[in-house]
Design a protein around this ligand. Structure first.
Ligand SMILES: Nc1ncnc2c1ncn2[C@@H]1O[C@H](COP(=O)(O)OP(=O)(O)OP(=O)(O)O)[C@@H](O)[C@H]1O
Ligand SMILES: [Mg+2]
Length: 470
């Protein structure tokens, strides 16, 4: 139970994060904000160090000035004694209102204390500011070596001045704050300008989205490519190409539906007339004739309807793609068995030449329909007493299925259009709807193969279907 409670909010959060990650605007904004936060952090660090260095420099200068004033006040009297009368100005220069305490020490080169605190630590080198501790306080120290006229052996004195950090730190804070606020304002203005620029840059993409969204189902005219920046124009071109393909596809579908309706209307009207004639006829023999004709017309419509259904199933995307391992030899044998009666009726020699099983990958039902249509054509368009041979073989990586007859064949200039839907060669007598070869091509294409027409060995037609073997 506890685990579930933990997992659920996590799932929700990761889903929300994933959704945010999908938004280009949010992604870009996140990057800009991250960059700004990074810039502000670097800015904080740099401005702190620069303020620290400046405040230390100013303190060092003041310490040096103070040491110099103290050094100037050191005198050697007539009897050679070194004495110093420290002027108040030397110490007052640290009176900045932060309660700093100042310490000093004046010693001769041989170590004699002239004035100040004897235990004040000395910096390592003269003229260089240094941090140190004096008694309980952290201090900034500065030492100055100064020659004193009249001192034994033309000697020098060392003046060390130390001051607590209050004033220095206050100055550092002020400098840092003012530097930081200026840079922060600069970064924020830059960030704001970038965000506005981003919004403006993304505006055409959003306009494109709205333009596509607002279109009705039927509006497929191209979008103007100049509505977006040049980098995005290939996307608009691709979108326009896609819409053109959809438009063409829709036109093909419309033509197909109208052709199908037209093809259905004629035999249905005939059926209606034949039914009326049969109903009116009192002579049993003539009524029988009318009923025979009615049955033939009904068969024609049924055949057309079943061919339409097969074609719609053969179209890409209409069925879930199936990849059965189909034995073409076995399928051919079944189809030939189912057509044997018709072949016998017309005294056609229907034969199969196949040795071993030839396996292909595809939709078994559709491959069977393809074969049915090829054998049906061969039987239907060959003259009585003709010969139809189906061969199945394997050549390299292809399965080769041929259906050969010795009928009238198809003239070369008709070999391309016969694959179109509802196309029939003018003058073809046997009934048909003109969909058989269109089905054959759809099935062959769908299985990754091809179909070709050529002359048979003894006049007639040779149909060759090549399919990749499984
Ligand atoms: N084996 C063949 N020999 C001669 N002509 C053929 C042969 N096969 C097809 N044809 C010609 O090609 C045309 C198109 O054939 P297709 O199979 O597409 O349609 P159909 O046979 O007329 O109708 P159905 O949809 O009922 O099969 C036929 O009308 C016929 O003129
Ligand atoms: Mg046919």
């Amino acid at each position: 139970m506890r685990n579930e409670a933990c997992v659920k909010p996590m799932g929700w959060i990761s889903r929300a994060a994933a959704r945010l990650g999908e938004s280009l605007r949010i992604q870009l904004l996140a990057w800009i904000i991250l960059t700004l936060i990074g810039a502000i952090c670097v800015n904080l660090y740099i401005s702190f160090h620069s303020a620290d260095a400046t405040a230390a420099l100013v303190t060092d200068h003041t310490l040096l000035a103070s040491a110099r004033v103290i050094a100037e006040a050191v005198r050697v009297d007539a009897s050679g004694n070194v004495e110093a009368e420290i002027p108040p100005a030397a110490l007052e220069m640290f009176d900045t209102g932060y309660g700093d305490r100042v310490f000093y020490q004046v010693i001769t080169a041989w170590g004699g204390l002239v004035a100040g605190f004897p235990d004040l630590p000395q910096p390592k080198a003269p003229d260089l500011g240094e941090d140190g501790d004096f008694r309980q306080d952290a201090v900034r120290l500065m030492m100055l070596d100064h020659p004193v006229v009249g001192l034994e052996n033309a000697g020098t004195i060392s003046v060390t001045v130390a001051v607590t950090h209050n004033g220095q730190y206050a100055m550092r804070r002020r400098l840092w704050l003012s530097d930081f606020t200026k840079q922060l304002a600069l970064v924020l203005v830059a960030g704001l300008v970038t965000i506005v620029g981003l919004q403006r840059g993304l505006a055409p993409v959003l306009r494109l989205r709205d333009a596509v969204r607002e279109r009705g189902r039927e509006r497929l005219d191209p979008l103007p490519p100049d509505m977006v920046q040049s980098e995005l124009r290939p996307l608009v071109h691709a979108l326009n190409d896609h819409m053109e393909r959809v438009q063409n596809q829709m036109a093909v579908q419309r033509r197909f539906v109208s052709n199908a309706a037209h093809q259905l209307r004629t035999p249905l009207a005939l059926i209606s007339t034949q039914a009326s004639v049969a109903a009116r006829e009192s002579d049993p023999e003539r009524r029988d004739e009318a009923l025979q004709a009615l049955r033939a017309s009904t068969r024609q419509v049924t055949r057309l309807a079943s061919q339409l259904l097969t074609l719609s199933r053969a179209e890409p995307g209409s069925r879930r793609p199936r990849s059965d391992r189909v034995d073409l030899t076995a399928t051919a044998r079944q189809v030939l068995e189912s057509q044997a009666e018709e072949a016998l009726r017309r005294n056609i020699d229907l034969g199969l030449e196949a040795e071993a099983p030839v396996l292909v990958e595809g939709d078994g039902t559709m491959l069977r329909e393809m074969l049915v249509n090829l054998v049906d054509n061969a039987l239907r368009y060959s003259s009585a007493n003709g010969r139809v041979t189906v061969r199945v073989a394997q050549q390299d990586k292809s399965a080769v299925l041929t259906v050969e007859d010795n009928g009238p064949g198809i003239p070369e200039d008709e070999r391309a259009p016969v694959f179109e839907r509802f196309y029939r060669i003018i003058g073809t007598e046997p009934e048909g709807s003109g969909l058989g070869l269109a089905i054959v091509r759809e099935v062959a294409d769908g299985a990754g193969g091809s179909v070709a027409l050529s002359d048979g060995s003894d006049r007639g037609l040779l149909v060759t279907v090549r399919l990749p073997i499984a």
